[in-house]
Design a protein. Structure first.
Length: 139
């Protein structure tokens, strides 16, 4: 078991209100170090969420929040739409009551590049607006 002890004063942020000052070893709104969260995110790809929670001695809900923070940080570093040329578009339902997600996949890398709630034409227009004008031509 390891403990990190350092001064982290409370500061007033115009966006978030009174919060603990930013420290270089942790992400915003986290009680854990970046290294610990990165390790948890890596393990989440290879083991079940329950196994990870037991191994790291945290709740499975905490695992979900950690994954969310790591994905948010990493997603800001790369543009998944850069160089995109062959795509697949589908919709999947989630929850009850006919709720859908529109999913766009890069066929060359087999990775999801964009997801948004909804299945209307306007939902897909959001993707095409984000990918830039004149990017797509129908075959």
């Amino acid at each position: 078991m390891a403990f990190v002890e350092a001064e982290a004063p409370r500061v007033s942020c115009p966006k978030h209100g009174i919060v603990v000052a930013r420290v270089p070893w942790a992400r915003h709104d986290s009680r854990f170090t970046k290294d610990f969260e990165d390790q948890c995110a890596w393990l989440a790809v290879h083991v079940s969420k329950t196994t990870l929670a037991e191994l790291a001695r945290i709740t499975w809900r905490t695992v979900g929040r950690i994954i969310g923070r790591v994905v948010e940080e990493r997603s800001a570093e790369i543009d998944r739409l850069d160089g995109l040329s062959k795509i697949g578009i589908d919709e999947v339902s989630f929850r009850r009551g006919q709720r859908y997600l529109t999913v766009v996949v890069n066929h060359e890398t087999a990775r999801v590049v964009w997801v948004q709630e909804g299945r209307e034409e306007a939902t897909l227009e959001c993707f095409f607006d984000r990918s830039g004008p004149g990017t797509w031509v129908a075959d």
